[in-house]
Design a protein around this ligand. Structure first.
Ligand code: S3P
Length: 428
């Protein structure tokens, strides 16, 4: 895929539904009573992995009209092992959260993933084993087997070793199925809270006191009735493109602005961006708004460990914004980037250097020497990582010579139709 330089991005777009809410919605619906409805479901490889998984476990999945997904739940402990392994594809969220749900089921389940997921740390085995399930990894990686403890699962208090929403959510979901007391998870830094909000919206008991989140066992999970807003991470390439290209004016409608996800807006704001957040409303316990983005000239900034979880998936795009900003920008405390779909410290720095950007990797982040001028462009490789492929597209628009993206089809993991939508607002 070749993305040519652009003058500006102008107009309006809507982006696919929050990937993590589609996945969480599918998993909860599967252990729900009755028929759940997920509206504006965003099909992508990662969300389809969630639907396929719950179908394999016995939930009936149906789509009477495009984007309206109906799931007939099997009840709290009603999932049953399929004949073969459950393929989670590229989706760490599906693998880790599903393991939490399966910890409280009966039977033995095997979870596998694609080449990338098979190299990533599973991590959930430790807390789920403490709860009484038997979770075994392959040297810490998938394939994973889960022998559910059924009603014998017990609550624990778990201090997260890293700021990971997937690890947190896995234990919270297991907590719904565990004994008769609350399961507690203590965070090192606030990470996305879609699971907590979804459970609360279902009327289930979840509390937070400081860094500690507690969930009580559920008698039943009621069916979901959910309108899923647009994903901030899918809006982010558009936000950065409109910020970098002079004369841009872009509206992005119906975006989830959950404050645990919108760290990029705060970082860009202190760099000098012009983003208006308006039409605030709420849907399914989540804040939603429209964004209006105008181009701006940016100043360098530093991002530290505390801020990282709120923009962890947007750090590749931040690197590009920093390349256009005046001064040196630094990201620290972002070692989690090393265990994403790719080692994103490596893939971001390699990809952007190939385009003439002055960026250097550090152990726990990167440093970017910004120049308020367009980088040259050239050829980069997504390494099969959807966020790196989207980074390449925005880099292409804001370059002098355009960008050739190898492995551009990786965008289908979270955002099929991304290139077409970007092209529809591009002016050359
Ligand atoms: C996700 C959490 C994040 C994020 C991932 C999705 C989630 O990972 O990077 O893309 O849906 O909970 P962590 O578990 O490392 O926070």
């Amino acid at each position: 895929m070749r993305v040519q330089p652009a003058a500006a991005v102008v107009g309006g777009v809507g982006v696919p539904a929050v990937k993590g809410i589609c996945q969480r919605g599918a998993l909860l619906a599967a252990i729900g009573d009755g028929t759940s409805e997920l509206r504006n479901f965003g099909h992508a490889a990662d969300t389809d992995s969630a639907l396929d998984a719950v179908a394999a476990l016995g939930a009936d999945v149906d789509e009477p009209q495009p984007g309206l997904v109906r799931i007939e739940g099997r009840g709290l402990r009603g999932l049953t092992p399929p004949d073969g392994p459950i393929d989670c594809g590229n989706a760490g969220t599906v693998l880790r959260l599903l393991a939490g749900v399966l910890a409280g089921q009966e039977g033995r389940y095997t979870l596998v993933g694609d080449e990338s997921l098979s190299t990533r740390p599973v991590r959930v085995d430790e807390p789920l084993n403490r709860m009484g399930a038997r979770v075994a990894t392959t040297d810490g990686h998938p394939p994973v087997t889960v022998e559910g403890a059924g009603p014998a699962l017990v609550p624990i208090r778990y201090e997260l070793p890293v700021a990971s929403a997937q690890l947190k959510s896995s234990v919270l979901l297991a907590g719904l199925l565990a004994g008769d007391g609350p399961t507690a998870v203590v965070e090192t830094a606030p990470s996305r809270d879609h699971t907590e909000r979804l459970l609360r919206a279902l009327g289930l008991r979840v509390t937070r006191a400081g860094a500690e989140i507690r969930v009580w066992p559920a008698e039943r999970v009621p069916p979901l009735d959910l309108d899923i807003p647009g994903d901030f991470s899918s809006a982010a390439p558009f936000v950065v493109a409109a910020t970098l290209l002079a004369g841009s004016e872009l509206r992005i409608q119906g975006v989830n602005v959950n404050p645990t996800r919108t760290g990029l807006l705060d970082v860009l704001e202190r760099m000098g961006s012009r983003v208006a957040v308006f039409n605030r409303r709420s849907a399914g316990g989540e804040p939603v708004a429209d964004l209006q983005v105008r181009s701006a000239t940016l100043q360098a900034t530093t991002i530290g460990a505390d801020e990282v979880p709120r923009l962890v998936d947007e750090l590749p795009l931040f690197a590009l914004a920093a390349a256009h900003a005046r001064g040196e920008s630094v990201v620290e405390g972002a070692q989690e980037l090393r265990v994403k779909e790719t080692d994103r410290i490596e893939t971001v720095t390699t990809a952007l250097r190939a385009l003439g950007i002055r960026i250097a990797a550090t152990d726990d982040g990167f440093r970017v020497r910004g120049v308020p001028a367009r980088p040259r462009g050239g050829t980069m490789d997504s390494a099969g990582d959807h966020r790196i492929a989207m980074l390449g597209a925005v880099a292409g628009l804001s370059s002098r010579e355009g960008v050739e993206i190898r492995g551009a089809d990786a965008v289908a993991v979270s955002f099929p139709g991304f290139f077409e939508l970007l092209e529809s607002v591009t002016q050359r």
